[in-house]
Design a protein around this ligand. Structure first.
Ligand code: THG
Length: 667
């Protein structure tokens, strides 16, 4: 796809200096004190609804006013001006019954800004000016319920937002914008819909523009309206590969300081901030003076936090002039080299890197893996089903796997309902979600309900390369990591050779054909049951463990997962023995490179607590040491039908580096 000339110019400038955005459109419009008749002009003179306050409409009815405001900010020194389109989505314009104007509003606003920028660039060709086409947050939130009594309710969904943002983005591009800016994002799911729409528009038009994303933090807790921390927000939108990430609006520059400082340290793109002119006063106005605001911004610049600065509510051309002076000659922040990591998020960020400890994924919210959960979902007892999820998190699950695959159920509906309900439970949704289904439709429906960065469980080469890569590309657009099963056109890999070959083929296709980041690929080389009495199954655990070693060594950056409870299926009914099998299996698989396991988070037995005779019998089976391992384990197992001593998983979590062999030291 084509990179625009203006992007090349913009990126060159960003390496040289701190760039300046414009200030508030709204404040400037207010100062014109336009009458209702002026808002309407001839075209909307007889429109039967109130239009005063619809600032975006002025791009059509008072284009000169808007252009003059752009010119004033450009003359004040702004390098980048923002289109007057903050509310030009269908969803926001529907408040004025003008949703059908959305395309035209974006188009004309983009043209106006383009004309103003070009006019000033012509006078100072050494200082080119840029137009950022603004996509606002809309007046609705896709991950929050507007009804306190109905937490699963939403007044907008992902698909509606994508359609809305596509329409706006196309118009902004058609009008000549250099940049697309997702601004004042307060619900990350809305922002993710915008990212999805933008990438579809770019594909359709065969071009790309730089994307700037600016979130907003609305209260002192330092979280977005939808409850995410700064780091979680950054992880959840990084798949846009934005030119910049930053924060604007809300509480003013000083209040943004810790968040901008944090952002500067954790994102590998440019950092922006365009705060309000201080905290609002008792009349809801912003009265921080240009010099006061510029002093704070100057400090951000000198500390190396920022690459682009500007103003939001209450800022005037005088503020922009002062900000330009404040950052002139100050070295822009250098983009840090981040270590490779799988950066997931719920309400909080969860990063997995080479130094991470073994990661527990809760398995109990699986309708095929738990009779209890299945009954609750079929009975539509979602309240208690949420308890199951909460228990997993409280017992140490750092991610929860959710599976609703069940023939008797509308699984897609159940997945959507459950994920929306989870989104209202901060004690659950602080962790990332693993969306588990054998049906792509269910996975995709799930992806449209989560604001964080999730894991898709799973995709594979089962239906061929084309289908595999199409799904992987969609995961990139939704912003999800992926579990790739060792499964190809011929079936599930049941030998080490097949596991290795399929994982290698999948890795090469993903990384080389579509540039999928290796850190977001999680291989699952199939954990099958051992000790089944069938001789061909005896080496299954060994093959899995050896496949882990192979992936770790040969597929750099990729992670490894598996459904641990599968391995002990033949001992169903004897939990003591099953837990011992899991513990021994994990002990060896983690050393071989296993990153994470889908486990019963509340019930992992400590390796050292397993009685010696049981441990030996289990180890012989797991490592397939001799032909009569299964018979031997069955004999030993009859002595262990009780409960083994358990330790809270938190202890395990703190002390199990994937890379190191510390399990025996735990007891
Ligand atoms: N790989 C990937 N995803 C997976 C699996 C995998 N998802 C599903 C499954 N396998 C992992 N999850 C479970 C969940 C529960 C059990 C096994 C695997 C389980 N359940 C008990 C049983 O069936 O005996 C519980 C019975 C009950 O409580 O009702 O063993 O391999 N990528």
């Amino acid at each position: 796809m084509k990179t625009s000339e203006s992007e090349v110019r913009l990126r060159r400038l960003l390496q040289q200096r701190i760039l300046v955005l414009d200030g508030a459109m709204g404040t400037m419009i207010q100062s014109h004190k336009l009458s209702d008749a002026e808002f309407r002009s001839d075209r909307f003179a007889d429109f039967p609804h109130e239009l005063a306050g619809n600032n975006d409409l002025l791009s059509l009815t008072q284009p000169e006013v808007i252009k003059q405001i752009h010119l004033a900010f450009l003359l004040a020194g702004a390098d980048i001006i923002e289109t007057n389109t903050f509310n030009s989505t269908r969803s926001s314009q529907s408040d004025y019954h003008l949703e059908d104007l959305a395309y035209e509003l974006n188009l004309e606003a983009s043209k106006l800004a383009r004309a103003a920028a070009d006019e000033i660039t012509a006078t100072t060709p050494d200082k080119p000016r840029f137009v950022a086409g603004v996509l606002g947050p809309t007046s609705k939130t896709a991950s929050l319920s507007p009804k306190v009594s109905d937490p699963g309710f939403r007044n907008i969904n992902f698909d509606e937002l994508v359609a809305d943002y596509s329409n706006s983005t196309n118009a902004l591009i058609d009008g000549g914008a250099d940049i697309i800016m997702i601004e004042t994002a307060f619900d990350t799911l809305n922002a993710k819909a915008a990212i999805f729409a933008i990438s579809e528009c770019f594909e359709a038009k065969g071009l790309t523009l730089p994307i700037m994303i600016s979130g907003t933090i609305t209260d002192a807790s330092g979280r977005t309206l939808s409850g995410q921390t700064v780091a979680a927000f950054c992880n959840s939108i990084s798949h846009a590969q934005p030119l910049s990430i930053g924060f604007n609006c809300a509480l003013g520059a000083e209040q943004l300081r810790p968040h901008i400082e944090e952002t500067a340290a954790i994102v590998n793109c440019y950092v922006t901030t365009h705060p309000n002119a201080g905290l609002p006063n008792e009349f809801g106005e912003y009265d921080q003076s240009p010099s006061e605001m510029a002093a704070i911004i100057a400090d951000f610049a000198e500390r190396g936090f920022v690459n682009v600065v500007g103003g939001c509510c209450g800022t005037t051309p005088d503020h922009i002039t002062a900000i330009c002076k404040a950052v002139e000659g100050v070295t822009p922040r250098t983009i840090p080299q981040l270590k490779p990591a799988c950066r997931l998020a719920g309400l909080e960020a969860f990063n997995i890197d080479a130094a991470s400890l073994f990661v527990n994924v809760g398995e109990r919210t699986n309708i095929t893996g738990s009779a209890k959960f299945s009954r609750l979902i079929i009975d539509e007892n979602y309240e208690e089903a949420l308890e199951v999820a909460l228990q997993q998190v409280e017992s140490g699950a750092q991610i929860i796997d959710i599976n609703m695959d069940e023939g008797m159920l509308d699984s897609e509906m159940a997945m959507k309902i459950f994920l929306k309900l989870i989104a209202s439970e901060p004690d659950i949704c602080r962790v990332p979600i693993m969306i588990d289904s054998s049906k792509w439709e269910i996975i995709e429906a799930g992806l449209k309900c989560v604001q964080g960065k999730s894991i898709v469980n799973s995709i594979s080469l089962k239906e061929g390369e084309e289908d595999f890569l199409a799904k992987a590309k969609l995961c990139l657009k939704y912003g999800a990591a992926i579990i790739v099963m060792a499964f190809d056109e011929k079936g599930q890999a049941d030998s080490l050779e097949k596991k290795n070959a399929i994982c290698k083929r999948s890795y090469d296709l993903l990384t080389q054909t579509i540039g999928f980041p290796a850190e977001d690929i999680i291989f699952d080389p199939n954990i099958f049951a051992v000790a089944t009495g069938i001789e061909e199954h005896n080496n299954y655990a060994v093959d899995f463990i050896e496949a882990c070693r192979y992936i770790k060594k040969n597929l750099p950056g990729a992670l490894i997962s598996g459904g641990v409870s599968n391995v002990s299926f033949s001992f169903r009914g004897n939990n003591t023995v099953r837990e011992a099998i899991h513990s021994v299996f994990l002990y060896h698989a983690i050393q071989a490179g296993l990153t994470m396991g889908i486990v019963n988070a509340g019930q992992l037995t400590v390796y050292d607590d397993i009685p010696a005779d049981l441990k030996k019998a289990v180890e012989d089976v797991i490592l397939n040491k001799h032909d009569n391992g299964t018979e031997n384990l069955m004999e030993v197992a009859v002595n262990y039908s009780g409960i083994l001593k358990r330790k809270p998983l938190q202890i395990l979590r703190g002390e199990t580096p994937m890379s190191k062999n510390v399990w025996p030291m735990l007891s």
